[in-house]
Design a binder for this molecule. Structure first.
Ligand code: SF4
Ligand code: SF4
Length: 135
Protein backbone atom coordinates (compact mmCIF):
# COMPACT_ATOMS: atom_id res chain seq x y z
CA UNK A 1 0.00 0.00 0.00
CA UNK A 2 1.40 3.40 -0.88
CA UNK A 3 0.20 6.75 0.37
CA UNK A 4 2.62 8.81 -1.66
CA UNK A 5 1.08 9.50 -5.01
CA UNK A 6 2.50 11.37 -7.96
CA UNK A 7 0.30 12.35 -10.87
CA UNK A 8 0.96 12.35 -14.61
CA UNK A 9 2.53 15.83 -14.48
CA UNK A 10 5.74 14.43 -12.94
CA UNK A 11 8.73 15.02 -15.23
CA UNK A 12 11.20 13.06 -13.11
CA UNK A 13 13.24 16.19 -12.36
CA UNK A 14 14.22 14.80 -8.93
CA UNK A 15 13.72 18.09 -7.06
CA UNK A 16 11.66 16.19 -4.49
CA UNK A 17 14.35 13.53 -4.01
CA UNK A 18 17.13 16.11 -3.64
CA UNK A 19 15.19 18.18 -1.10
CA UNK A 20 13.64 15.50 1.07
CA UNK A 21 15.19 16.02 4.53
CA UNK A 22 14.44 12.47 5.60
CA UNK A 23 15.84 10.56 2.62
CA UNK A 24 12.37 9.14 2.16
CA UNK A 25 12.48 9.52 -1.62
CA UNK A 26 14.90 7.95 -4.06
CA UNK A 27 15.10 7.29 -7.76
CA UNK A 28 16.33 4.20 -9.54
CA UNK A 29 17.16 3.92 -13.20
CA UNK A 30 17.69 1.17 -15.71
CA UNK A 31 18.53 1.48 -19.38
CA UNK A 32 15.20 2.98 -20.28
CA UNK A 33 13.38 4.15 -17.16
CA UNK A 34 13.66 6.29 -14.05
CA UNK A 35 11.48 5.21 -11.14
CA UNK A 36 10.66 7.25 -8.07
CA UNK A 37 10.38 5.40 -4.72
CA UNK A 38 8.95 6.56 -1.42
CA UNK A 39 9.58 5.05 1.99
CA UNK A 40 6.68 5.62 4.40
CA UNK A 41 8.71 4.59 7.46
CA UNK A 42 11.17 7.41 6.84
CA UNK A 43 8.69 10.04 5.71
CA UNK A 44 8.12 12.89 8.18
CA UNK A 45 5.15 14.26 6.18
CA UNK A 46 6.87 17.64 6.17
CA UNK A 47 5.57 18.45 2.67
CA UNK A 48 8.91 19.78 1.44
CA UNK A 49 8.59 17.57 -1.64
CA UNK A 50 5.16 19.04 -2.35
CA UNK A 51 6.49 22.60 -1.94
CA UNK A 52 9.53 22.15 -4.20
CA UNK A 53 7.84 20.18 -6.96
CA UNK A 54 7.76 22.55 -9.97
CA UNK A 55 4.97 20.61 -11.64
CA UNK A 56 2.51 20.35 -8.79
CA UNK A 57 2.75 16.61 -9.34
CA UNK A 58 2.77 15.37 -5.74
CA UNK A 59 -0.70 14.57 -4.40
CA UNK A 60 0.22 15.23 -0.83
CA UNK A 61 -3.33 14.92 0.47
CA UNK A 62 -3.02 11.12 0.31
CA UNK A 63 -0.33 11.28 2.98
CA UNK A 64 -2.77 13.04 5.28
CA UNK A 65 -5.69 10.64 4.96
CA UNK A 66 -6.97 9.85 8.43
CA UNK A 67 -8.18 6.29 7.99
CA UNK A 68 -7.72 2.95 9.70
CA UNK A 69 -6.32 0.12 7.65
CA UNK A 70 -7.70 -3.35 8.29
CA UNK A 71 -4.79 -5.49 9.39
CA UNK A 72 -6.26 -8.88 10.29
CA UNK A 73 -9.73 -10.38 10.91
CA UNK A 74 -10.18 -13.36 13.25
CA UNK A 75 -13.17 -15.45 14.29
CA UNK A 76 -14.47 -14.82 17.83
CA UNK A 77 -15.33 -17.25 20.59
CA UNK A 78 -18.34 -16.08 22.61
CA UNK A 79 -19.95 -17.12 25.86
CA UNK A 80 -22.29 -19.96 24.97
CA UNK A 81 -24.98 -18.51 27.27
CA UNK A 82 -25.04 -14.74 26.72
CA UNK A 83 -22.86 -14.29 23.68
CA UNK A 84 -20.32 -12.01 25.37
CA UNK A 85 -17.02 -11.93 23.48
CA UNK A 86 -14.34 -14.00 25.25
CA UNK A 87 -11.35 -14.19 22.91
CA UNK A 88 -10.50 -15.20 19.37
CA UNK A 89 -10.79 -18.82 18.33
CA UNK A 90 -7.26 -18.67 17.02
CA UNK A 91 -5.94 -17.68 20.45
CA UNK A 92 -7.58 -20.74 22.02
CA UNK A 93 -6.08 -22.96 19.31
CA UNK A 94 -2.56 -21.72 20.06
CA UNK A 95 -2.72 -22.75 23.73
CA UNK A 96 -0.92 -25.93 24.80
CA UNK A 97 -3.18 -28.94 25.15
CA UNK A 98 -2.93 -28.64 28.96
CA UNK A 99 -4.19 -25.08 28.95
CA UNK A 100 -6.88 -25.53 26.33
CA UNK A 101 -9.60 -26.45 28.86
CA UNK A 102 -9.02 -23.00 30.39
CA UNK A 103 -10.16 -21.35 27.18
CA UNK A 104 -13.71 -21.92 28.37
CA UNK A 105 -16.83 -21.08 26.51
CA UNK A 106 -18.46 -19.19 29.40
CA UNK A 107 -18.02 -15.55 30.38
CA UNK A 108 -16.93 -14.78 33.99
CA UNK A 109 -20.55 -14.13 35.10
CA UNK A 110 -21.87 -17.41 33.74
CA UNK A 111 -18.80 -19.28 34.94
CA UNK A 112 -19.69 -18.20 38.50
CA UNK A 113 -23.32 -19.23 38.01
CA UNK A 114 -22.22 -22.56 36.62
CA UNK A 115 -19.86 -23.14 39.57
CA UNK A 116 -22.65 -22.27 42.03
CA UNK A 117 -25.00 -24.74 40.32
CA UNK A 118 -22.39 -27.46 40.43
CA UNK A 119 -21.84 -26.80 44.15
CA UNK A 120 -25.59 -26.94 44.81
CA UNK A 121 -26.16 -30.06 42.68
CA UNK A 122 -22.82 -31.94 42.70
CA UNK A 123 -24.50 -35.10 41.44
CA UNK A 124 -25.14 -33.28 38.15
CA UNK A 125 -21.60 -32.04 37.87
CA UNK A 126 -20.47 -34.64 35.39
CA UNK A 127 -23.53 -34.30 33.15
CA UNK A 128 -23.44 -30.50 33.22
CA UNK A 129 -19.95 -30.22 31.73
CA UNK A 130 -20.05 -28.56 28.37
CA UNK A 131 -23.84 -28.42 28.43
CA UNK A 132 -25.68 -25.25 27.44
CA UNK A 133 -26.77 -23.32 30.54
CA UNK A 134 -29.67 -20.92 31.04
CA UNK A 135 -28.70 -17.32 31.94
S1 SF4 B 1 9.75 17.20 -7.94
FE1 SF4 B 1 7.76 16.80 -8.85
S2 SF4 B 1 8.17 16.63 -11.03
FE2 SF4 B 1 10.15 16.48 -10.02
S3 SF4 B 1 10.45 14.25 -9.75
FE3 SF4 B 1 9.47 14.99 -7.89
S4 SF4 B 1 7.29 14.67 -8.24
FE4 SF4 B 1 8.28 14.57 -10.23
S1 SF4 C 1 6.84 14.70 3.09
FE1 SF4 C 1 8.92 15.40 3.69
S2 SF4 C 1 9.88 13.53 4.50
FE2 SF4 C 1 8.08 12.86 3.32
S3 SF4 C 1 8.86 12.44 1.27
FE3 SF4 C 1 8.12 14.57 1.27
S4 SF4 C 1 9.96 15.80 1.74
FE4 SF4 C 1 10.41 13.68 2.31
Amino acid sequence: MTYFKVNERCTGCLACVQNCPASALKATEDNTQRTLHHNMARCARCATCWRVCPEDAIEFQHLLVNEWDEVVTLALARCMVCGEILHTRHLAETLDADLRPMAETLCPRHKIQQAARLRAYPQKAHGAEGKKTES
